[in-house]
Design a binder for this molecule. Structure first.
Ligand code: SF4
Length: 358
């Protein structure tokens, strides 16, 4: 068998021969592995991003791990300064100096993004990974027509003629809900409303059929009605194209309607991860419960909304032990000493809190 396989020139045939030359048990294992890998679009493992400042090293992203499956929305929730945007910037390898990624792995389509060269990364950004930013006016160039701006990304990553690029731009404008794409093509950003500009950014983000979309507070600058329209559009695109999405927001309400999984970030760390339904049925971490109680009257026991006492700590001045301990009503002596490890609760859920550890 070994000699015969060695003689096969065609690599695909050689792989098949090897595959059928092994035991059924081994084959099943390989197929399972393949399905598992294929199901996950991105896997972030033990990511650490630091910023050097005059007062020392700040851990902006501290040991963050999560993955996103195909066609799913993973919501990263947290207050300002919790490390959400820095996590996204780390994935895109756009951490501004003096920040730097010091450790971790970001598996995306079979590659660790942290090992890629600058050029290889440029071919992934805007192409395999699309980005939608918070403020559409600042993300668009005010002196370049809409059509040209969308076309730039397509031309940069693809090998299309000018007329094909234009055709693709008009198709994208239609896809994101413009009934008059020819008219929009020649307009400037200031001639559009906030919601329309956000649609343009979405068109740019999906222009190269990415497998992952990263959206950083994409609806914060919009009114409620436009926000719903944009979320509906994004959901349609995700379901239609099987894309995955990392959705960064401080708004739990949005994730309740829009997300599949949720990760709660605090002081650079992920504190809890769960499927959206499980999370809203019963948030586990005291911080998650606090967030919920500040928005919803939790489980009907309390009719008044509550605020979480205290403030988010500065990353340059974090407490010892659990980072939430100064604000936590359940804090115990060991919470002030050591940081709790991740505790798995069932298959798809975990929490970082001593209340759930023996
Ligand atoms: Fe509160 Fe302790 Fe849990 Fe931290 S580890 S959230 S301080 S109970």
């Amino acid at each position: 068998m070994f000699i015969k396989i060695k003689k096969i020139k065609n690599i695909a045939h050689k792989r098949l021969a090897i595959f059928y030359g092994i035991s059924i048990m081994h084959r099943v294992k390989i197929i399972k592995e393949f399905l598992k890998v294929d199901k996950i679009t991105i896997k972030v493992s033990k990511l650490h991003t630091e910023i050097s400042t005059d007062s020392g090293i700040i851990k902006a992203v501290d040991d963050v791990s999560f993955h996103i499956e195909k066609g799913k929305v993973f919501g990263l929730i947290g207050e300002s300064g919790s490390g959400k945007t820095m996590t996204a910037m780390s994935i895109l390898r756009l951490v501004p100096p003096p920040g730097r990624i010091v450790m971790g792995e970001i598996d995306f389509e079979g590659k660790n993004l942290l090992n890629l060269t600058k050029k290889e990364m440029e071919s992934i950004r805007g192409n395999r990974i699309g980005m939608i930013f918070q403020e559409p006016m600042t993300a668009l160039n005010p002196v370049i027509r809409i059509g040209e701006q969308i076309g730039e990304t397509i031309a940069f990553h693809g090998n299309l003629s000018r007329s094909d690029v234009k055709k693709r731009v008009l198709e994208l404008l239609r896809q994101v809900g413009f009934e008059d794409p020819e008219k929009r093509y020649i307009q400037y950003p200031h001639q559009l409303s906030g919601g329309q500009r956000q649609r343009i950014l979405i068109a740019m983000a999906i222009s190269c059929n990415p497998s992952l979309l990263i959206a950083d507070e994409p609806t914060t600058a919009l009114d409620v009605a436009t926000e719903s329209q944009i979320l509906y559009l994004l959901k349609e695109l995700i379901l239609g194209y099987g894309m995955s999405m990392l959705f960064i927001t401080h708004n739990l309400n949005i994730m309740r309607r829009f997300g599949d999984y949720i990760g709660i970030m605090y002081a650079g760390r992920l504190l809890e991860e769960a499927a959206v339904d499980d999370f809203f049925n019963e948030p586990l971490h005291p911080y998650s419960r606090g967030l919920m109680e500040s928005i919803f009257a939790f489980k009907g026991h309390e009719k008044r909304l509550k605020a979480i006492p205290g403030f988010v700590p500065r990353l340059s001045d974090l407490p010892e032990g659990c980072k939430f301990n100064p604000r936590c009503m359940y804090a115990m002596p060991r919470c002030r000493k050591d940081e709790p490890e991740v505790k798995k609760i069932g298959n798809e859920r975990w929490v970082r809190c001593y209340l759930y550890q023996n």
